[in-house]
Unconditional design. Structure first.
Length: 261
């Protein structure tokens, strides 16, 4: 009788512990402006958080490590990605290439495209439930001015996106426009289909809210979504808007020159 009770008690504790265990989300690019806001938002939503950086010591000194874990990762190095993604339930990438390294290892080609390819393949191998990619409102627009002095960044971003669209890894692609660093939750958020939002400005903290929501919102899956701030809406009116965005077509072409500007 005592043995039976002991086993029952242990089983109940095990079930309770399992129910309370938080899903693990890896935030890629945790020291960046949007990445850091995403780390904080994911923790606020109850996730276990692992944030990536290329320099753990510097990241810890700059941001601390209270309530989450730093891991060294370079998206160009598959072994780094494997270590960072081990055991992950979800991945949010906030990486972006550098405009000051045209054609070099930190350029859009190697980060926004090849880095996404590397991460997506390993995420699929590891059974990640959802991969959320932070892209840009101008992705896929050939004559977008930023392309001229930033190594065709918008085209490389689009190619990274399209690798996800053409594969079978569960994904959501979020395209913000201009980014601010003020407090989030002060105005509404607009969600729109590709090409419908011509310009936008949104706080990074609000972008983070959308990125984290997209992890588990079933209406975000398989979609490319433009977002922006909206002073005419209340801060929490946007979550149901995922449903109005159409599911992506496979191998969708880039926007025509001038469209979406």
């Amino acid at each position: 009788m005592l043995k039976s009770l002991s086993i029952s008690t242990l089983a109940a504790v095990a079930i309770s512990t399992s129910a309370l265990a938080a899903d693990l989300v890896v935030v890629v690019g945790g020291t960046g402006g949007t990445g850091w806001e995403t780390v904080k938002e994911a923790m606020e939503q109850g996730y276990e958080v692992r944030a990536t950086t290329t320099n753990v010591e510097r990241a810890t000194e700059s941001k601390g490590d209270d309530g989450f874990t730093w891991v060294k990762m370079d998206a160009r190095i598959p072994d780094d990605i494997r270590k960072a993604f081990a055991g992950a339930d979800y991945v949010i990438s906030t990486l972006g290439g550098s405009c000051f390294d045209p054609g070099g290892p930190r350029s859009a080609r190697h980060v926004d495209f090849q880095g996404v390819v590397n991460m997506a393949g390993i995420a699929k191998d590891y059974g990640v439930k959802m991969f959320v990619l932070t892209s840009a409102l101008g992705a896929g627009i050939p004559d977008q001015p930023l392309n001229q002095f930033c190594d065709n960044v918008q085209m490389w971003k689009w190619l990274g996106e399209d690798y996800l669209r053409d594969g079978d890894l569960p994904y959501s692609i979020i395209r913000p426009g201009g980014l601010g660093n003020d407090e989030g939750g002060k105005q509404g958020i607009t969600l729109a289909a590709v090409g419908e939002l011509k310009t936008s400005f949104i706080q990074r903290a609000d972008v983070a809210k959308v990125l984290v929501e997209a992890l588990t919102n079933k209406d975000a899956a398989g979609k490319t979504i433009a977002i922006g701030g909206d002073s005419n809406r209340k801060p929490d009116e946007w979550r149901d808007d995922f449903a109005s965005i159409p599911v992506d077509a496979v191998q969708a072409p880039p926007l025509r020159p001038g469209q979406g500007e």
